[in-house]
Design a protein around this ligand. Structure first.
Ligand code: NAP
Length: 319
């Protein structure tokens, strides 16, 4: 067997076999060129840091990391720019030579950031992207009016300070003007990720789904730690001791789906056990609320025995 073949990283192997990206013509690209467009990133937070590093690793040139002009914003932009061989610039001093401008700012700031950049660049033929899961490409309508082609490009992934997830195989929801969507699709494929189309009217529901898949799952884990505290188990110990059951639950879910992964007193119909839980949780009202909401959801969507007794025990009237 050829040893060199074995050393090729999985991500490159997969990228090689990935769907072929379209080439998109952008300002500064010669006719017939299939070169990768240059990119400017606005913001230097969690998404920007992960995205810039992945784009650089996929041989994209990041021209600029553009920030607000506060000392802390500039410091973060400089740190990120240094890692991806880009310049750190502020909104007023940005050069805007890139064909793609990617807004990686909080949802509430996207329109404001676009507004602040409206007159400092010639937007004709540029691609402007944002990465909000909930907002549509219309949040960049100001730039569309100035000649840009705009899209929303949302990775269904969690990015937090201190962790840089691979984008390999990560679904990206795309929506917007055809030219910008084509450009975004090509970028996403070159990252080894999986683009898919989302209808603009589905974006809020799509993002609510994403909210359940990570942020609310973490909120559930935080509540879980609080309940462990009532059993005399400290937060850190709870986290360590829960990991095997959490991992197995996810593994079961991955292999068999939700109904076959569902264990515990509801699927067994152990009504008295659920009663005991509800009684002890009176001492932690926020955890009791979460328990009731999830147990009712389980009765709606998952297998259960003694369903009618459990339904009446968990009904809002039975507080
Ligand atoms: N984090 C995730 O897991 C995740 C996942 C998918 C999609 N997204 C999307 O990615 C986008 C960014 O989220 P994030 O989590 O990366 O946020 P973040 O970590 O809070 O970073 C936001 C960045 O934007 C900068 N910024 C804020 N207002 C600005 C403005 N008006 N002009 C220029 N820069 C500005 C901030 O810098 P200063 O405040 O220092 O100026 C900061 O560098 C959001 O649309 C979010 O929905 C995030």
């Amino acid at each position: 067997m050829n040893a060199t073949k074995l050393t090729i990283p999985n991500r490159l192997m997969r990228r090689r076999h990935a769907e072929k990206p379209d080439s998109v013509m952008l300002p500064g690209m010669p006719a017939g060129s299939s070169a990768k467009p240059h990119i400017a990133i606005v913001g230097a937070g969690n998404l920007a840091s992960a995205l810039a590093a992945e784009l650089r690793a996929a041989n994209y040139t990041i021209d600029e990391v553009i920030s607000r002009a506060t000392r802390e914003s500039i410091r973060k932009a400089r740190a990120l720019a240094g890692k991806v061989e880009a310049s750190a610039t502020t909104i007023d001093c940005a050069r805007f030579r890139s064909g793609v401008i990617w807004f990686c700012v909080p949802d509430r700031e996207i329109a404001r950031a676009a507004e602040s950049l409206r007159n400092v660049a010639d937007w004709k033929s540029k691609i402007a992207l944002h990465s909000s899961g909930a907002l549509t490409s219309d949040t960049l309508a100001l730039l569309r009016k100035r000649g840009a082609s705009v899209a929303s490009v949302h990775p269904l992934m969690t990015f937090v300070n201190g962790s840089r997830p691979s984008l390999e195989g990560v679904p990206f929801a795309l929506e917007g003007d055809p030219k910008a969507v084509r450009a975004a699709r090509s970028l996403v494929l070159n990252l080894g990720a999986k683009p898919f189309s989302i209808r603009r009217e589905h974006k809020a529901a799509y993002h609510a789904w994403g909210m359940f898949a990570s942020p609310l799952l973490v909120a559930l884990l935080a509540v879980t730690e609080r309940v462990a505290g009532t059993a005399g188990i400290k937060r850190k110990e709870a986290r360590e001791r829960m990991l095997p059951i959490l991992r197995q639950t996810l593994a079961n879910y991955e292999r068999m789906g939700a109904p076959l992964s569902f264990s515990g007193p509801i699927v067994r119909g152990d009504v008295e056990t659920v009663k005991k839980h509800l009684k002890i949780l009176r001492g932690i009202p926020p955890a009791r609320e979460v328990y009731l909401a999830l147990a009712r959801a389980a009765l709606r969507d998952l297998p259960a025995k003694n369903r009618s007794e459990l339904t009446s025990l968990l009904s809002p009237g039975r507080r």
